[in-house]
Design a protein around this ligand. Structure first.
Ligand SMILES: Cc1cc2nc3c(=O)[nH]c(=O)nc-3n(C[C@H](O)[C@H](O)[C@H](O)COP(=O)(O)OP(=O)(O)OC[C@H]3O[C@@H](n4cnc5c(N)ncnc54)[C@H](O)[C@@H]3O)c2cc1C
Length: 507
């Protein structure tokens, strides 16, 4: 029987990212997909700032930025009038090196990930479906079948279900998928046309309960319309044409469409799996959570899941951590998925509510208060942090501990410009633990890092460090996914040793 350390089922963005991280960390893996090739449609457009930050580790942020297109502002329209413009650059400046929404269509994104995997010597096994698997002691045994009908049994230490919303892995492990289904049908259309809304930014029409958002997809009048249809039209989702969708919303944004390059409809559910781990199997990405595309969060959340899980799987299969470390995957990612689904549900509910009161709030009140709220530092920062996913933290998960300044175990480290660059994770040769000190590292901290072969990065103490909430001379032990595992304001070797002992980790 063939053997591997990790079997990945599904080569969408979640599975591909998991494969890339595992491979970089030296884990033996196989990745299979029932489809004959990668997706060829644009689907998820936006790569959020937090994904780009994490992508730096594998030098993926650079090509996504070079080949994509940044959206630096969004606009609110009602009654054919432009009501508000909010600059993301101004809001996110100082918080991240990427204060914008990076448009990079999913087909190109997947092609980049596949190419990187190939360069690393990993080929996605296409036309290969997971039929079944079962646990057998310290392994799982999976049955795969190719399109010619040949079956193969594969033994793996762990299995990652990155197999999308209709996950077979989820069925097999018996994790429920509670939630609901929106009555509206979503459509996406990639168009070429003329409009003041095809101005390189994001434009949102609030007039009608049939939502319409327009994303620029580069210069030259290329754009993505994301909208909803309801009523009796929603009942014939499979046969809907572009001509069936609300022309009023399109007219409200003064769009004249010359060409529709791609049109697709899909029904959206809001659901979160009851568990992300059962035994030796994990759910990653859409297999674990699905929700409305409002906010462009879905694919980014799957990528975040994959990076969270990858280093833990690597540590366990390489004998540097006990199997119980893998429980922290669900502890960290499931609460975030639940919050996300609630938030996107609320936002979508507001944008698509019907009736006179909803209409007054949406078209009369919201366009007036949005620019005011965006001027308040607290709300604008909250808005940017939420959309960009830089708000995500794992403070309440057991793996993370301590406080230094305002930064706690489980936090994303604040981003700072420092002489010659920034503090943000110049990639290590291989993703791994690292120590950050702002100020002067104590000699015993240096010695501890040397003895554990943990790279120590120290940065001069500046006003910006204090502003960001860091503690002078404190230590921040960063996990391989760059979240703070341990923060200690008065560092001692004892605290560092205790952290490793409590979590049975060797670095
Ligand atoms: C029309 C459309 C528009 C969208 N627009 C947006 C958007 O604007 N913003 C946004 O954030 N998201 C959007 N999405 C959702 C986004 O595409 C998903 O969130 C994203 O693809 C999830 O990635 P994933 O890797 O978790 O799963 P998927 O991309 O679904 O990949 C799962 C893979 O698993 C494979 N697979 C399934 N079962 C098996 C099996 N038994 N054996 C082997 N292989 C299997 C499938 O072939 C597939 O390749 C859109 C989706 C669609 C369909």
């Amino acid at each position: 029987m063939a053997q591997t350390q990790v079997l990945i089922v599904g080569a969408g963005p979640s599975g591909l990212v998991l494969a890339l991280w595992l491979n970089r960390m030296g884990v033996d893996l196989r990745i299979v997909d029932q489809a004959s090739g990668p997706g060829t449609t644009s689907r998820a457009l936006v790569v959020q700032a937090r994904t780009l930050e994490l992508y730096r580790q594998l030098d993926l942020a650079r090509p996504v930025i070079e080949q994509g297109y940044p959206i630096r502002a969004f606009n609110v329209w009602t009654e054919g009038e432009h009501r508000a413009r909010i600059e993301l650059g101004a809001i996110g400046a100082g918080l991240t090196p990427y204060p914008f929404l990076q448009v990079y269509p999913q087909d190109r994104h997947e092609a980049l990930l596949v190419q990187r995997l190939l360069e690393a010597g990993v080929r996605v096994e296409r036309n290969t479906v997971l039929e079944h698997f079962e646990e057998d002691g310290d392994t799982v045994v999976a049955q795969l079948r190719d399109t010619a009908g040949n079956t193969e049994r594969v033994e793996a230490r762990y299995l990652a279900g990155c197999d999308g919303a209709r996950s077979k892995v989820r069925d097999i492990i018996g994790a429920g998928f509670p939630g609901g289904t929106y009555r509206q049908v979503f459509y996406v259309a990639d168009i070429e046309g003329d409009s003041p809304a095809l101005n390189g930014e994001l434009n949102l029409d609030l007039d009608e309960a049939d939502l319409l958002a327009v994303f620029a997809m580069g210069p030259g009048g290329h754009g993505r319309l994301v909208g909803t249809v309801r009523d009796e039209r929603a009942d014939r989702a499979e046969t809907l044409q572009f001509s069936d969708v609300s022309q009023r919303a399109i007219e409200n944004l003064l769009i004249s469409v010359h060409k529709v390059n791609w049109f697709s409809t899909y029904r959206v559910h809001h659901r979160v799996a009851e568990h992300f781990r059962v035994g030796r199997a994990f759910l990653v990405g859409d297999a674990g959570h699905i929700h409305s595309p409002a906010g462009g969060q879905g694919m980014n959340t799957g990528i975040g899941d994959a990076i969270n899980l990858a280093w833990k799987l690597a540590a366990v299969v390489q004998g540097r951590a006990p199997d119980s470390l893998l429980d922290s995957y669900e502890a960290e990612r499931l609460p975030f998925a639940r919050r996300l689904v609630e938030t996107t549900d609320r936002v979508f509910g507001f944008l698509s509510a019907n009736g006179p009161v909803a209409e007054i709030v949406r078209t009369g009140i919201a366009p007036r208060i949005t620019p005011l709220l965006a001027r308040l530092p607290v709300t604008r920062e909250y808005l940017f942090r939420t959309i960009s996913q830089t708000v995500v933290h794992y403070r309440h998960a057991p793996l993370n501990t301590g406080t230094a300044g305002r930064i706690r175990g489980g936090d994303r480290l604040p981003w700072l410009e420092v002489e010659g660059g920034d503090n943000f994770f110049a990639p290590l040769p291989r993703p791994g633990w690292q120590m950050h000190v702002y100020g002067h590292p104590r000699p015993e901290v240096q010695a501890w890092c040397d003895s554990h072969r943990v790279p120590l990065r120290s940065y001069p103490w500046t006003e910006a460090c204090s502003h960001a909430g860091l503690a002078r001379d404190g230590v921040y032990l960063l996990r391989p996914d760059t979240y703070v595992g341990l923060a200690a304001g008065s560092p001692s070797v004892h605290v560092l040793d205790e952290y490793l002992r409590d979590n049975a980790l060797s670095l």
